[in-house]
Write a new protein. Structure first.
Lengths: 246, 246
DNA sequence: CGACTTGTTGACGCCTTTCAACGTTGGTGG
DNA sequence: CCACCAACGTTGAAAGGCGTCAACAAGTCG
């Protein structure tokens, strides 16, 4: 349960690149990000303030409690959003997928740490710059607020899971929720990629790594799922849904 | 753990009263509610759309999944915000105090149920009406968004608590967080009122009623707190804070 | 006063954690 | 090519924290 945070290198700020080749207009996540509410002229305005920032596996985008100098759109890859207790216990609040926005609340300080689970590409804005654009564009603020409402709903579901579900139910619910989030962006599939390790799942579900492993293998032996390298195939959706029923 | 929901009477919709005697200008929670960002002229505009709605102990203001026809400012009293699993397991996501806004996200449906823990007074707005006002007043939207950010931070702290804290730490952290929330509105005090019962605390902390009772009495015997009728006195704040650290 | 609700306390049991060993995979260098 | 090593995942056995069950106390209301 004790996490070694020393292994997470900070992202060198020299690592950011210029904006993408063809600009926001071709951005792969534009239609699923907050930018989807912007007109082309507005996109160009925002583009002038943006930089691409690329992370490698294990790098930290920002740390809990740090001054929030930037906000980010995730373009590719997955990050974990976590909080640490002084004694090393960790809780992962969620995973950020392409199209997600980091820094929704536009608060002074980051309330969580964000670490790349693999190669990650983000679109970075200075927080002050971005806040100024938001100030001038109420429909962008409205879009951020809608996302915040969605995040709040997810957080509530996670609280119910953490407080009132058994280990098996937690794992089943996690797999289904991940599938649903992929469906919102990529395409629906019964094969769910698991970019995070067992320890990350455990810290997300309030379990230990051993219990996660046991439950996954129990579900596998019961033919509810099939463990495959790097992911799982969901074989018996009705059964999983019964376990995860809300 | 099984909750009897049948005992919660629905609030009769005939029960709402006209607006308050002296209007929003004297509202006791104006300065701590979302209304604090409104000018007097705007207040009057909002006042025309508002009604007071009074609940008694145990009455339901709205239920999870219902069409969100109204949004509310809590003027007096405390409500619990909960979600129910089909088999009766319950998770209380939080408690709404005076000054809190219910329906922050302005979503189609309520994501939780809200029940009065005692006599409650609310200021009710039709959701569509309120959304129209918000549409016209970006600074009100901004205020809502800031509150949503605060709620998100609270939710994250609760996730850490539910996932990674022991029973004793949960209870200590709960008492301190309640004290801090009272301090934001009422006045700071080492005596913390507990308007909710043991079952409510248990369902908020992911414990059973017996464990909550045991931990409270253990803290009492250790002279960290003093149990008094209807509340607790926090005797050893440093020790409690050490338990609840971070 | 008796019925009811709410809170406390004890004994016991189980689910999850803890501790430990082992297997697997992938990268590195001889 | 293969030994070596570290990181990750799996599995078993034992321990413990919290839940379950049950009885009892205290306060409330008719």
């Amino acid at each position: 349960m004790l996490i070694d945070t020393g292994s997470c290198e900070r992202v060198p700020h020299a690592c950011h690149h210029g904006r993408s080749e063809n600009g926001c207009a071709d951005c792969k996540v534009r239609l699923i990000s907050v930018c989807s509410v912007l007109a082309l002229a507005e996109l160009e305005e925002l583009e002038a303030l943006s930089q691409h920032l690329i992370l490698e596996k294990g790098q930290t985008l920002f740390g809990q409690g740090e001054h929030a100098g930037s906000v980010f759109n995730v373009i590719a890859g997955v990050l974990r959003l976590s909080r640490l207790l002084p004694d090393g216990r960790r809780q992962i609040m969620g995973f950020a997928l392409p199209g997600d926005f980091l820094g929704l609340a536009l608060q002074e300080r980051y309330s969580v740490s964000a670490e790349a689970l693999g190669p990650v590409t983000t679109c970075r804005f200075g927080r002050e710059d971005f806040a100024a654009v938001v100030e001038a564009k109420p429909h962008l603020l409205k879009s951020l607020h809608e996302r915040a409402g969605y995040e709040l709903t997810l957080a509530q579901e996670q609280m119910l899971l953490l407080g009132r579900r058994t280990a098996e139910e937690k794992v089943a619910a996690f797999l289904l929720s991940l599938r649903e989030r992929y469906a919102r962006t990529g395409h629906a599939s019964v094969t769910v990629e698991l970019p995070m390790g067992r320890q990350d799942m455990a810290d997300h579900l309030g379990l230990t790594i051993e219990t996660v492993s046991r439950m996954l293998n129990r579900l596998d032996r019961a033919h509810a799922i099939l463990l495959v390298p790097g992911g799982v195939r969901l074989l018996d959706l009705p059964r999983l849904e019964r376990m995860a029923t809300c």
